[in-house]
Design a protein around this ligand. Structure first.
Ligand code: SF4
Ligand code: SF4
Length: 462
């Protein structure tokens, strides 16, 4: 190999060769303490993902994101399209919680709970090992896989992706509808079939081909790590104060050499192909495989474990840990504020929403015998889980009368919304002076939930 060829064969990024081709990673498996812990968590998460669509809470699905009906049910609460504030608070709360947890625990999500890592490391990679074997150096197979084996492996990938895609779909359409669809022709539900087929294709592509590139390129959470972490955040770190200078090939006296024997085991197990000894890197998903690999090496050479361990940049510099610091305190306060707002907004919800929408055109019309008429619409939303009928009554002014043009619009199914046209007639003398008078309407549903709505009737000033 000449110099140019040698240079071209060197990687420039952990997954990119210097000639621009993909550097395929086949990380070796290190079955250490952390791998066993993560595997237990991963299996629990996989089971949770599959069973959640089947769980009911107060007669409703635990989680169902019904996009076509624009209804989101989460832990027994159903959010309707009118719940913009609640949804905004819930999403803001989730975002702050992620940032807050990341500031303290670093990329624990990536290593322990992200579906990409969980399924890649504990479902699809074991399938690879099953078909390829693990005999070669650095986890590589001893010989190329035969064509039938490759086809069989692809088949397993597609079947599993299909199963995951169906489970994914169940979160949106519910298990009952999904069961009916599975037993009927795709032509009867082409849109849903297309969603399932494209999700299957996407999952198979991701786990078969794209793999660690999802973490390195596509995931926005991974990109934002540099701003979410600080020197106190928990990371998987190589203790350079203990490990350096490395022993290999240097013939250092025992008291001058560090504990790293430069065996490269921490690199060959890394699913993103990096060398943790180069310091904190965006590519590190905190999967702990390098901890296990290095602990294993330390055991063999008779040194204490923990040359690579959970730590922080400050801890490596022997600075004391500080959980309460400016950014964590601010995130915690923001989170408390948003969660309090969300709890208050949830507890202040009625069994229904009622809102007056003034009609277009003339603000009022004069009708016979000195009466004025205002027309408007009332937007009613039934938030309960049972059909409801609503009764409307004018509380003030007493001399006003209310006309409902179509009583059937006061009968609503669960989650249904209706725009009810209304007319109020009142003596023109009420608005003399400033041209308006306050009106209060009482709305009562079948469960005796009461809600008062106030607005202004318009009339002549004179
Ligand atoms: S550096 Fe270690 S913890 Fe980070 S991704 Fe690689 S093996 Fe996992
Ligand atoms: S596994 Fe440990 S001893 Fe081996 S190269 Fe990595 S840090 Fe050094």
């Amino acid at each position: 190999m000449n110099d140019r060829q040698a240079k071209l064969s060197l990687p420039v990024l952990s997954t990119l060769e210097s000639d621009g081709t993909r550097r395929w990673l086949r990380p070796k498996l290190s079955k250490g303490v952390w791998w066993h812990r993560r595997r237990a968590v991963a299996y629990v998460l996989m089971v949770i993902f599959v069973v959640v669509p089947y769980i009911r809470m107060a007669g409703k699905p635990l989680i169902q994101l019904d996009i076509t009906a624009r209804k989101f049910t989460i832990f027994g609460y159903t959010f309707l399209p009118t719940d913009t504030l609640l949804l905004a608070l819930a999403m803001l709360g989730a975002f702050i919680a992620i940032v807050f947890v990341t500031a303290i625990t670093g990329r624990a999500w990536c290593g322990w709970a992200c579906p990409q890592t969980v399924y890649m490391e504990y479902l699809f990679r074991p399938i690879d090992r099953l078909f390829e074997g693990t005999g070669g150096k650095g986890g590589k197979p001893k010989q190329p896989m035969s064509a039938p084996r490759q086809i069989a492996r692809m088949g397993v990938y597609i079947l599993l992706s299909m199963f995951l895609a169906h489970t994914f779909l169940a979160y949106f359409v519910g298990t009952e509808k999904l069961a009916v669809w599975v037993r009927s022709s795709p032509l009867e539900h082409p849109a849903a079939f297309l969603v399932m087929a494209s999700t299957t294709a996407l999952l198979a592509y991701d786990f078969y081909y794209f793999r660690e590139q999802t973490c390195l390129i596509a995931c926005p959470y991974g990109r934002l790590q540099s701003v979410m972490l600080d020197p106190q955040s928990l990371i998987v770190a190589y203790d350079y104060t203990r490990g350096e200078p490395r022993k290999k090939g240097k013939h250092l006296p025992e008291d001058k050499a560090g504990d790293c024997v430069d065996c490269n085991q921490c690199v060959v197990v890394c699913p993103t192909g990096i060398d943790i000894r180069d310091g904190l890197q965006m590519e590190c998903i905190n999967c702990t495989q390098c901890i296990d690999a290095c602990d294993d090496v330390m055991d063999k050479v008779g040194y204490p474990r923990g040359l690579i361990r959970y730590s922080s940049e400050d801890a490596l510099k022997k600075k004391p840990p500080r959980i309460l610091r400016a950014r964590t305190a601010i995130y915690a306060l923001l989170l408390i504020g948003v969660v309090s707002g969300l709890v208050y907004a949830l507890s202040a919800r009625h069994g229904f929403d009622a809102r007056v929408i003034r009609g277009k055109g003339a603000p009022f019309t004069s009708v016979d015998r000195g009466l004025i008429s205002n027309t408007f619409s009332m937007r009613l939303v039934n938030r309960t889980d049972s059909p409801q009928s609503y009764a409307l009554e004018v509380l003030t002014p007493k001399t006003a009368t209310l006309d409902v043009f179509d009583d059937s619009q006061l009968e609503l199914q669960p989650g249904e919304m209706s725009l009810v046209p209304l007319r109020v007639r009142f003596p023109s003398s009420l608005t003399f002076g400033n041209g308006n008078v306050p009106l209060t309407l009482l709305i009562v549903d079948g469960n005796q939930n009461r809600h008062e709505v106030s607005f202004r009737l318009l009339g002549p000033r004179q």
